[in-house]
Design a binder for this molecule. Sequence first.
Ligand code: NDP
Ligand code: HSE
Length: 437
Amino acid sequence: MSSAKSVRLALLGCGTVGTEVVRLLHEQAEDLTARIGAPLELVGIAVRRMGRERGDLPVDPSLFTTDALGLVKRDDVDVVIEVVGGIEPARTWLTEALRAGKSVVTANKALLAEDGGTLHDAAAEGGADLYYEASVAGAIPLLRPLRESLHGDRVTAVTGIVNGTTNFILSSMAATGAGFNEALEEATELGYAEADPTADVEGFDAAAKAAILASLAFHTRVTAADVFREGMTGVTAGDMASAKEMGCTIKLLCIAQRTSDPAGGSAVSVRVHPAMIPLTHPLASVGDAFNAVFVEAEAAGPLMFYGRGAGGRPTASAVLGDIVAAARNKLTGTRAPSESNYAQLPVRPIGESLTRYHISLDVAEKPGVLATVAGVFAHHEVSIATVRQSGRADDAKLVIVTHSAPDSALAATVEALSRLDIVRSIASVLRVEGGAG
Ligand code: NDP
Ligand code: HSE
């Protein structure tokens, strides 16, 4: 055991993640002390409801309080750990802590994606550390590699599955042929999906994570508002079957790329949407509720990060790693790397992203239909890669996969197709990524 003065921790939030942080601090106390060179001491835990049942937590009940701001302001706190979530009052607590020189460890992706700049500015003002490894992809060590290990390289793209709930739903649809609602029901029964799954299935959760990843990868402040977002509720069992026929599967992807602006300068593009990817793509085999992120850098080449993106204990593992780093810095008087936002690259609109589309049309079966449809693609300068026709008479279906084109040209093509008399309906439109099709 070390005889050094303890590093004192204030924990804000004691729910799914917070309770596991408390358990890990207790279970690993001796090892943590040895690794840090001083013991960690939990001096207070802020919650919303004092009377809530929290299981058999190895902690003195007198540590609990409902006054989070009062806890943050205490003079005997060195590190504030925030696992509450949401924008306010978390932003007020954390800026208060950072400006006062207290280190912050947070898992709050919503706050970092909406207003991470305010937290980074407060950290710079107070000379304090801001760590947030758990905010993206749970247990997977991903932000530290982007923030430190890859700082000698130039990242060109980050492509990932960063939402476990939707990956479970899509993996289940691919494996069983189930529709979205059926797979969501299964995800809810198994405890993956929350009672209100909107943030997950509509892509808000993934968009927040995409903003955080893009900011780190491209040394640029990117917020959730900069991220193009399309949820996965429209993916049907028919889409999944069609993907299978093409040797593909469908995943909800977060894609952040270094690109160029019209003047030839560097820019970034950040988007979240469902996409077909070939079964040979490294992300295609990521099943269940797992996350995986594929990073491409100029010198390093491709790098793959894989693991559990959610859950109390896996997420607490990432929080503990940050606590150790913050505590060590406190003891040695050093600092975490500060925010790197020197590049300030412009974020390009979705219309300029180059992608491919898979379009499924219900059409009239008569001479000239294919030529008319092909003419619409040609008019918008979108090149067709493959066409498949099935069915006859009232039941004809055309499945068209395009070559790469600007998203705006592809969207305009779909809009023009929807106005044709011979097109009865547009059954589905999906983006195609990663060499598929
Ligand atoms: P929970 O809802 O399980 O826990 C939230 C905690 O915050 C509860 O203890 C609650 O108190 C407390 N709380 C809420 N409002 C206040 C308030 N005004 N003052 C003091 N305490 C308050 O959330 P999670 O543990 O699931 O998530 C926490 C954070 O971690 C979020 O930012 C989330 O996005 C992030 N995260 C979560 C993951 C997961 O798998 N759950 C994965 C990755 C990140 P009480 O217990 O009294 O209700
Ligand atoms: N709801 C998120 C998921 C939790 O399903 O991945 C982790 O951020």
